[in-house]
Design a protein around this ligand. Structure first.
Ligand code: NAP
Length: 438
């Protein structure tokens, strides 16, 4: 039997994910060698504090505070420190030295992805980041490899567990956003500063990655139109529920033709109404899922845990084995292509259905005037429901109007809403939400 070669693996970070990666690398060394065709030797673990107590018992001699020296003598570097620096410099150094890199650092990829991808191309090494999108769910490699003979037309993803948990709490208990957020923080699903999650920034970073791989074009964070969930109210959720919908924060990337006939990709994150029977509507709690439509494969759905040390470590190990196999086989390999050259379209070019809530005066002819305004702007109404309220003190009646439109362009919808707002019979526009999957 031929002796297996040994590949040196350097691990940067030993927190939630890094500690589990180190444990699996050591405990499953035999199985990993059999699957890879090389022994994966963990040569060191760089941390800030080498004496800190760890979640997992690991050989103390592996720990070092000198990350720079560690990466210089590695075949594969696994970066699980998080943050921008020193992660960025260490990854660049590793690649320039010919090492393949595995990372889960979506913040860094969102900020500096293009520089890192170019450096990987230049150095002829693999840069993989399955863990950066939807934690444990194998989604990037299926898009890049399994679907490379197909054409993806649309990706809809629940890629942020915190916001899915909050919206699910609001849906199942009737809670307001602030109470659902407090519950998410109490259970450890939301951080003390939840901005990146609830404002949609984390999902936007993942949307840029999903769009880039799906449409073979590098999209940056600036190409993503982003709206979080802070303005979603319990009343929105209740109204959506009554109409047979659930509200989810979706990361969407889809090919579109804009008003001028130009083909491009709309990449966006926003709260979205989905019919309760849509597969993504069944994604509860902090789980993640990605729904893909491809020309030949049709509809596909990938579901699982979007975070957590051990689940995320699974995605990291998958990338490690793939990188190690490539080293064993030789040649630079090809991880992603950027030959799509499709421009990112602004949110005004998006085409979808809309849910609009209006508080209107209860007068004869109001419905007809509103319907006419929609028609004048080319937005056709699918459902219009009215509920009458009487104010107990003033005895004045007002009506709550809920409208679901057929698919229309965002720019036409925005113009319609502006025109509706100007009507004297409109007290307020209570919500405007996008609808998918109808
Ligand atoms: P973490 O628990 O905060 O661990 C970070 C580790 O990196 C710690 O061991 C820390 O050392 C080390 N570190 C940080 N700065 C360092 C520096 N300047 N020099 C040396 N070591 C440094 O992070 P995590 O939750 O495991 O996440 C790691 C990465 O995976 C992040 O990019 C994150 O976005 C990504 N990710 C995480 C999850 C998840 O569920 N946690 C899911 C998907 C992706 P000390 O221990 O000594 O402080």
């Amino acid at each position: 039997m031929t002796e297996l070669r040994t590949l040196k693996v350097a691990l940067l970070g030993c927190g939630n994910v890094g500690a589990q990666v180190a444990r699996i690398l050591i405990d499953d060394a035999g199985a990993l060698a059999a699957r890879t065709g090389a022994r994966l030797e963990l040569t060191g673990i760089a941390v800030r504090n080498v004496d800190a107590e760890r979640d997992v018992e690991l050989p103390q001699e592996l720990f070092t505070a000198d990350a720079e020296t560690l990466v210089k003598d590695a075949d594969v570097v696994i970066e699980l420190m998080g943050g921008i620096e020193p992660a960025r410099t260490l990854i660049l150094t590793a690649m320039r030295n010919g090492a393949c890199v595995v990372t889960g650092n979506k913040a860094l990829l969102a900020q500096d992805g293009p520089t890192l991808y170019e450096e990987a191309d230049k150095a002829g090494v693999q840069l993989s980041y399955e863990a950066a999108v939807a934690g444990a769910i194998p989604i990037l490699r299926p898009i890049r490899d399994s679907l490379s003979g197909d054409r993806i037309t649309r990706v809809l993803g629940i890629v942020n567990g915190t916001t899915n948990f909050i919206l699910d709490q609001m849906d199942s208990t009737g809670a307001q956003f602030a109470d659902a957020l407090a519950e998410a923080q109490r259970l450890g699903y939301a951080e003390a500063d939840p901005t990146a999650d609830v404002e949609g920034y984390d999902a936007a970073a993942k949307a840029a990655i999903l769009a880039s791989l799906s449409f073979h074009t590098r999209f940056a964070l600036e190409d993503v139109s982003c709206e979080g969930i802070t303005s979603v109210t319990a009343a929105d959720i209740a109204a959506a529920k009554e109409a047979g919908f659930v509200i989810k924060l979706l990361a969407i990337a889809e090919k579109l033709v804009d008003e001028n006939g130009k083909t491009g990709v709309s990449v966006r994150v926003h709260p979205t109404l989905l019919p309760r029977e849509h597969p993504l509507a069944a994604v509860r709690g902090a789980f993640n899922a990605v729904f893909i439509e491809a020309e030949n494969a049709g509809e596909l759905m990938f579901y699982g845990q979007g975070a957590g040390g051990t689940p995320t470590a699974s995605a990291v190990l998958g990338d490690l084995v793939s990188a190690a196999r490539r080293i064993v086989l030789g040649g630079p390999g090809r991880t992603e292509t950027t030959t799509g050259h499709v421009p990112a379209l602004p949110i005004s070019a998006a085409v979808t259905s809309y849910y609009i809530g209006l508080d209107v005066a209860d007068q004869p002819g109001v419905l007809a005037r509103i319907a006419q305004l929609f028609a004048e702007h080319g937005v056709s109404i699918e459902i219009m429901r009215q509920t009458i309220h009487r104010d107990a003190d003033s005895n004045v009646e007002s009506a709550e109007l809920r409208i679901v439109t057929h698919r229309a362009r965002e720019s036409a919808l925005a113009a319609t809403v502006e025109a509706v707002k100007a009507l004297d019979v409109i007290n307020s526009v209570t919500s405007v939400l996008r609808v998918e999957g109808v």
